[in-house]
Write a protein that binds this ligand. Sequence first.
Ligand code: PLP
Length: 388
Amino acid sequence: KLSSRVTGITPSGKDGWEVHFDALVRHQAGEPIIMLSVGDHDFHTPAETVEACVREVRAGHHHYTHLPGMPRLRAAMAKVTTACTGVETTPQQVLSTPGGQAALFAAALGTCDPGEHAIIIAPYYATYPPTFRAAQVDISIVDADAEDGFQPQAAAIEAAIRPNTRAILINTPNNPTGAVYTRQTLEAIADICRRHDLWLISDEVYWTITGGREHLSPRALPGMEERTLVVNSMSKSHGMTGWRIGWLTGPEDIVATLISLNLVSTYGLPDFVSRAAMDALENGYGVAEIAERYAKRRRVFLDAIRGMNGVTVRGSEGGMYIMLDVSALEPDCETFAWGLLNGEKVAVMPGGSFGDSARGHIRISLCQPEEVLREAATRLKRFAGSYK
Ligand code: PLP
């Protein structure tokens, strides 16, 4: 018999992912499908980072590292967190993890006992519900609605709070909606956390990719530093998805305790990967270029779909995604996504995979070169036009 802890990890939005997996198999078999369904870069990690890693491997850095991360790595992460959150951060406030996903799991395990309750804002990154379920946390999903530009509303969050609620999980810039949370939104959430004595887990892995907007972190708001855990990663900002480097930032005493999670899970990060990551963090390899590339792709795609039949753009300000409301054409976003895949060979994610408030939408990933995005927009417009 397997434990319920493991069997309970059912992925969210399973049916929506079928579109992606079907497209992937067909794409790999040679069908000319434009893949806009995944959030992984179409380009390689910056050459300076790759060279740094090769150098470190050759130099014989093949050994165990420190559990919370090597001191210089933690220092580099702290410096980036200072820039990300606007709050002076020390290396002792940082726990390095193999990617932002492991930082999310550490945050769930660290803040909630089994049977306690956490609030997740939808539309959400697909791993959020199973991550908390794996930690045996009871979850409530609170919808941020398209009509509000996918900005979560305080009254809806407040209504979901129970006596055993311990944490709220938010994500800005947001995957899947591309919404960049406003100061007003963050202040309202911070107010709830202070009044109800809750943790705020703030996933800021897209903080550099804001389409030119200012990134605001709730950690900088009054009384929030001591109750905020920030999730960060090099996957998106530094073009390093496959390297598995992320970190969690929080109060020093909490981080000191969470180090024990690394003892029982990873036993620390790989040596040469940590050293290459330090170099990339200290020198910001690729960060500005990647941010600019996505900002340009966003402009190109939004320009290219102008005049499209029956579609509304919501959120879509930052991160690597654009959300299109297609409900005026087809109420079932999965039907729309299958039709687009089979009719025009463009793979997108149906919004329902990211929670109820994204139903009626499709998520477009900007992980393709500009000319491919233009071609995808042409196909999408043609498909939308077929509903006339
Ligand atoms: N958080 C969000 C919102 C994401 O979109 C992702 C990846 O797509 C992650 C966290 C996890 O990223 P990683 O584990 O690669 O750092």
